[in-house]
Each structure stands twice: as C-alpha cells, then as structure tokens.
Design a protein around this ligand. Sequence first.
Ligand SMILES: [Zn+2]
Length: 400
Amino acid sequence: MPEEGQSRVIIRARALVTMDGPPIENGAIAIEDERVVDLGTFDEVSARNSGELVDLGESALIPGLINAHCHLDYTCLREKIPPPTSFTEWVREIIAAKNALLPADYVKSITDGFAEARRFGTTSIVNYEAFPELIIRLQPPIKTWWFAELIDIRDPNRAENIVATAMNYLAQPANRGLAPHALYTASFDLYRICQDNARRYDWLLSTHLAESPDEYLMFHDGAGPLAEFVREIGGKEKKSSGSTPFATLLAQIALDRRWLVVHMNELSESDFDLLPDSTMEFHIVHCPRSHDYFGHSPFQYERLRQFDLNICLGTDSLASNDDLSLFAEMREFARKFPGVAPEEILQMVTVNPARALQQEDHIGRICLGGDVDLVSVPFSGRNVFEEIIAFTGEPGVTTC
Ligand SMILES: [Zn+2]
C-alpha cells in the first residue's frame, strides 16, 4: 500500500484561480483518484503531499469552462449563413440547410463540435440535441448535458408521444434534460408535459425565450414575419395574447430552478415588473456573439442581475457564430459591458453554469473533492482575471 499522499499528482501554477476565494499566488493542487484532494500555496501543498510534480510555470490554473447553451448538430454550418436581415429569414435559411444533411453528417458535426469545444478549454457543455436517437452513436470527450430539443408545431396532439420517445433515447446519459424548443414551435401542452416529467424524474429543463423582435411581434400583436412563417408551414398558431413572450410563458409554466432560459433579449417594462416574484429561480443563458450576429436588442444584463437571476454564457450554434470558444464569448461580453469586472464575467462560464446544472460541488470551481476539470492559460503576473478574459489561443486542458 502506498503511504498516504504517495500516489498523488501535484500541479503548480503561478496563479491558482479557484473561483472559491481570491487567486492564490504560486498555488498548487494535489490530485488523487480523479479528485482534487488538496490545494493552497505550492509550499503548503508540497509539504503535505508527495508524488509527481507538474509545473505549469507562468500560468493561471482555472476551472474548466462550462458552455451553458449550444447546438453541436450545426457545427458544420459555420459561415454557411450570412448575417440575416431578420431572425425569420435565418430560420428559413437554417431549415433549408438542414434539409441537405444526413444522420452521418450530424454525427460528424457533433463529434467535431465536441473536439473544438474541448480545444478551447470547455470541459462541460449543455447541448440541445434535435436528434436524440443519435446520442447512442456518440462518445463525448467532455461532460455533456444532453437536452432533447422538442418541437410539436405541426402536430400538438402528439406532444405526449414526442416527449416519451425523446426520454427513451435519453435513458443512457447521466446528465439530461428536456428542451421545448421555443414558444413559436412548441405547444403549451409540450411545455407542461416536459415540466411534469422533469419534476417526476428529476431532470433539467431549457427553452429559447424572447430571442428576437419577430417573436415579440408574433405574441404581442399576432403579426410580423415569424407569425407569417408559422402560418405558412401549417403550424398551430397560438392566439396573440397582447402580452410579451415572457409573460405568455409565465402564464403557463412556473419557471423554477430547473429551467435554463436561453436569450431573454426582448423584454418590456411589464416583463421587468413580473421579475420580483420570488418563486422565479430560473437561470438565464446569454450568447454574446450570436446576439451580435443577429443584431438583437441590447441584453439587459445590469437590470436582470438586480433580480438575483443566475446569468450564464453560451455559444449557441455555429449557424450564428464563428467558433465554440467561451474565451471569445467572454471577450465579446467585456466589449459590450466594459463596466463589468472580469472576475464576474469568468463566473458566467464557471460557477454560475455549475449552479444552473446543480453541480456546484463538482465543477465550475477548484475545490476539495471537486472534479479534475482544469484549464491553464499564460499569466504574466499583471492582473489575472483581465489576462484570462483577454486570452485568445487554445489553453492547456487537464481532465480525468
Ligand atoms: Zn439556441
């Protein structure tokens, strides 16, 4: 039997950024059995442990990043759709592009997407999967939360069946959820069935909401290009309620802590009046570069933050983005919100999404007993959070 501390690996870096307290200069962690078992300054950790030393030199060691929203199905659509004049035009374009793809194309797309995300330091990912039957053919190299993306626009009578089939395909993966796609493609019944099942089986939930002005017009006025498009494809139209997309969903569903609500770009003053309701504990996912690509209304970060909502970042798909780098998302966020501290921005790809995924003790921070999901970036000793946000290359990645 090895002595206690004998079989450990010690990793040292100029800065250890745990996201669980101030960064530790000349810090180190000890790893054993795929868990972080010690951390502190290098002197402390090396006095308490022995084993192989990995010295990362002039680097900052940070938790692996967590992408709270993407669609790896569409990795192959990078640069295929130029920025559109309206969201509805983009919907038409992506449907046309999808019609040319076969299951093997999607498998390659998802596999390539996983590799790219990992290369950019992402060690956990929330993936909307439009074809959950493909999951069995895939071997994710990083932690993956599979959310079955569900649509019943043409046949809401089949909502029950659509959810049951998807749940069957998601029987295997450990981390899973249900994602009624959006208010304009999923019936209220579909939303309710997803919510009931998620509560019964302890799954997570996600949906796109209040993404575009077209969606706002469709629900508020029963008009506009998206309303026309839904009519055109024979979709069962929801009656315009004169209310916003957010208020429309809220009238049907209690947005509790299971929900990762993606976008929330188009919000009215009346929506902000609804937010103080303390029963709302949902999480928001903002996709900075996809937001910029569509030219959506400014994301109301400062106002939303006042309501204690947990805000995370995602890349969305490569049908509206250049790559799957969360460092690039952080840089875009910093460009739009120069007043927000870099540490707060890093929280949006670490501790915040870990909380949304109910994984605070495992990922998103470097902590005792936590998973070994680590990323290292060069650090010159100036300002560690600023340098992390400004990092443009491919970081070092260590996972167990
Ligand atoms: Zn999306």
